[in-house]
Write a protein that binds this ligand. Structure first.
Ligand code: NAP
Ligand code: HSE
Length: 433
């Protein structure tokens, strides 16, 4: 180690430029906390001719990753380009060259985390990814350090800022889907391809990372059942309000000895009284249930330049401390178990089911019978007359039931002449009523 620790940044967009800002504005505190100055030596971008007025003049821009990966003075490489490739390859090369790696890239962590950890362990360096889940919220450090005394049985959270921002705006201001997505993109929350946000894939990657840490078993993206928010309509939001719920896109991870690990991402009806129901806008929150701590909730900004840079820079400081103390053993992989997974059909929830039906005698009865035959018990049913002649909407909320039973009832509805359309089916989470 020299008199200072040199850093190379791969990518300087929304998050990367935030990291440059944080390293500059908090340089004094960071040096005191690390015990050594951190110097940003080189920054990789695609377009070196683009004007970047906020970057300090000392920063050397390059469009060639080799300038960073082959620079022996650079001890910490921070990957903030996004996407799987070439981010994965650059990070592996950095680890293999004995450089510590910090990333916010959940795509790579969720898909290639195992390879990254193996390379980090082999070359005795850190692989740190705090910003990959929950933006600025220190949830990874909590899972890896502060909660390690617990057996964790449940982790549940709002982990995508874009969709939470969209659902909040649609619910509070009645905004339409397209305009609110555009706003989230302009604010720098959305992924380069926002379908990763609205289709639930971004949240699924975060769910896989969180569940792997919480349950100490490797959860891959394929193990996560995923559904996004694209089918949520103003009508669903209005029914939710009327019934005392809000709609949120939740990542849910549960670990039961009997059923196995269950990890899913989908929209849910959440009772307004639930703490996660009041997490609005770009804020994220993660709920953890442990056998010693009970329930704990971590809350903060889940996306955006400076909040995310806060988490990335904390990892840079952790890596610098590790370089200073010559100890990278604190941040090893924690997936030491191989647990079984719970099949989706066996997962249990309450459900909201909205049907367009013929408005004539006996319809409600045949629907109730179909639910009953499929062993689905109903908590409430409302029928709303529509402007469409001879048609009505039926909204049923079930008691907790296996997914397979609801699917069976839906199959029957598809064949019932009085049911014109299954308009939506959404899980109801934590319904204690
Ligand atoms: P971004 O704004 O699109 O920035 C990407 C940066 O990487 C740009 O500077 C771009 O160069 C550079 N880049 C991309 N591909 C490159 C390549 N092949 N070669 C050289 N440079 C390349 O992305 P971002 O929003 O900062 O996100 C970065 C990472 O953080 C992603 O993994 C994302 O999922 C994660 N993350 C983002 C947020 C958020 O709020 N945005 C929050 C948490 C985590 P140019 O500047 O020349 O275009
Ligand atoms: N697109 C992501 C979100 C960025 O909206 O939460 C943070 O990972």
């Amino acid at each position: 180690m020299g008199q200072e620790i040199k850093i190379g940044l791969l990518g300087a967009g929304t998050v990367g430029s935030g990291v440059i800002k944080v390293l500059g504005m908090n340089a004094h505190e960071i040096e005191q906390r690390t015990g050594v100055p951190l110097v940003l030596k080189k920054v990789l971008v695609r377009d070196t001719s683009k004007k970047r007025p906020d970057f300090p003049a000392s920063v050397e821009l390059t469009d060639n990753a080799e300038d960073i990966l082959n620079d022996p003075e650079i001890e910490i490489v921070v990957e903030l380009m996004g996407g799987l490739h070439p981010s994965r390859e650059y990070m592996l090369r950095a680890l293999e060259a004995g450089k510590h790696v910090v990333t916010a890239n959940k795509d790579v962590v969720a898909q290639f985390g195992k390879d990254m950890f193996e390379a980090a362990e082999k070359h005795k360096v850190n692989f740190l990814f705090e910003a990959s889940v929950g933006g600025g919220i220190p949830i990874i450090a909590a899972m890896k350090q502060s909660l390690t005394a617990n057996h964790i049985t449940e982790v549940m959270g709002i982990v995508n800022g874009t969709t939470n921002y969209m659902l909040t705006k649609m619910s509070e201001d009645g905004c339409d889907y397209d305009s609110v997505l555009k706003e989230a993109q302009e604010k720098g929350y959305a992924e380069a391809n926002p379908s990763a946000d609205v289709d639930g894939l971004d949240a699924a990657r975060k769910a896989a990372i969180l569940a792997s840490l919480a349950f100490n078993t490797r959860v891959q993206l394929d193990n996560v059942s995923v559904e996004g928010i694209t089918k949520i309509t103003a009508e669903d939001i209005s029914y939710a309000k009327g019934l005392g719920y809000v709609i949120k896109l939740l990542a849910v991870g549960k670990d039961s000895e009997e059923d196995g690990v269950d990890v899913r991402v989908h929209p849910v009806f959440l009772p307004k009284s639930h703490p996660l129901a009041s997490v609005n806008g770009v804020f994220n929150a993660i709920f953890v249930r442990g056998n010693a701590i009970g329930e704990a909730m971590f809350y903060g900004q889940g996306a955006g330049s400076l909040p995310t840079a806060s988490a990335v820079t904390a990892d840079i400081i952790e890596a610098a401390r590790s370089i200073k103390s010559d100890d990278s053993s604190r941040n090893l992989c924690t997936c030491y178990s191989q647990k079984k997974f719970c099949p989706l059909e066996k997962t249990v929830s309450s459900y909201y089911v909205r049907l367009l039906v013929d408005d004539k005698p006996g319809v409600l009865g045949s629907i109730a019978t179909a639910f009953g035959n499929a062993k689905v018990s109903l908590k409430s049913v409302i029928q709303t007359p529509l402007n469409v002649k001879d048609h009505a909407e039926i909204v049923a909320v079930t008691h907790p039931v296996e997914h397979a039973c609801v699917q069976e009832a839906l199959r029957v509805f598809e064949g019932l002449p009085v049911v014109d359309e299954i308009r939506n089916v959404i899980r109801v989470e934590n319904d204690r009523g």
